[in-house]
Design a protein around this ligand. Sequence first.
Ligand code: HGY
Ligand code: MN
Ligand code: MN
Length: 429
Amino acid sequence: MYGQAHRVSGAAGLPEVGKLRVDGRRLQARLEELGEIGSTGDGGCARLALTDEDRTARDLVVTWMRDLGLEVSIDGIGNVVGLRQGSESGPPVLCGSHIDTVATGGIFDGNLGVLAGLEVLETLERAGVSTRRPLAVAFFTDEEGARFAPDMLGSLVYAGGMGVEDAYDLCGIDGARLGDELSRIGYLGAAPCPGEAPYAYVELHIEQGPVLESHGEVIGAVTGVQGISWQEIVFEGQFNHAGTTPMAYRHDACYAAGAVVLAARALAEQLGGDQVATVGRLDLHPDLVNVVAGRALLTVDLRNTDEGALQAAERQMVEEIDRIAAAEGVTAARRSLARFEPVVFDSRVVELVEATAKAQRHRVRRLPSGAGHDAQMLARMCPAGMIFVPSVGGVSHNPAEKTLPEHVEAGANVLLEVLWRLADEELVS
Ligand code: HGY
Ligand code: MN
Ligand code: MN
């Protein structure tokens, strides 16, 4: 996996790779300070993409990047990259994640990957270590996709998976146009999209599930990301009086939506394995106690590690939706919000994460990611991989989201060594 190390020789007494450690307290303090922006008062934060809270958080992280002397660039979709020059020019080793959150977000999802990357660069800077390749840390726009679908939008555009003009015309769940919001918060940058292909990309992220914690492991060497299918369904029935309309006369969009909720759960249970299904949005109109809902909007999120199984689940879900609509006498309009096939990370990066975790004496496991991540988009343009750290109780997208400080520090130290090795050595097959 690794050829002869091209160690950048520095002054005597420079720390050796694998011996340098981050400042866990500094990292924890930044996580908490960033977590105050959009605080929901219950330990969590709400920073939907391109809102004022997102802007404030962006401004803070950009200030930290500039204070560290990084060269900060902002691209046409608002992705921000802080670059630390190496002793040689060429594509950087990139790390990062996202700082937008869901409405019931915690302070670790995404933020950890960005702030740990910043901590790694600060640790190297303070130690006087210069790497051969440039190192960079990024935060990508709208990773959550909660306001503007699809998710991983900024990294998708960075990797050339969507044209920036198409992205500008995306409409948010609040009716806002993405391009207008990006301009409004002042983050429609001049750097080109697609972005420069990095030499490699590594993302530290909380697992957001129960696997590491339940097995007593500290580090996850992530093998890939499962497939994602998001669709929006709008049922149109007939508004009617709740009291005077006999049941046989009804065309109840809410009833149809409820049937889809039950069908989605039944589908996941029937298919078993890695299949998951979620109805996360349900919006009724007029949403009044005494009116039969004539309109219902809902979303169905289907995921599976296997592409064939995911396609089968999608087909079965569509059949169910059409059956339900016909039986209730309502129309069903479907729209895809996101569709990403499963991604497998570069085995050399996975091996490096695993070997580094072992060298630092952490219990480590290989596992796929249940959540989507920017790394799955960067994997389209360079060797990419991820480092997971445990989520307490496996909880995420919840104000109670938590990762123990010692696990935050462990993940950042593994990230430090992985990035340093990628910046100085050759990734060989
Ligand atoms: O939806 C996801 O998997 C991620 O949180 N964007
Ligand atoms: Mn995330
Ligand atoms: Mn998330």
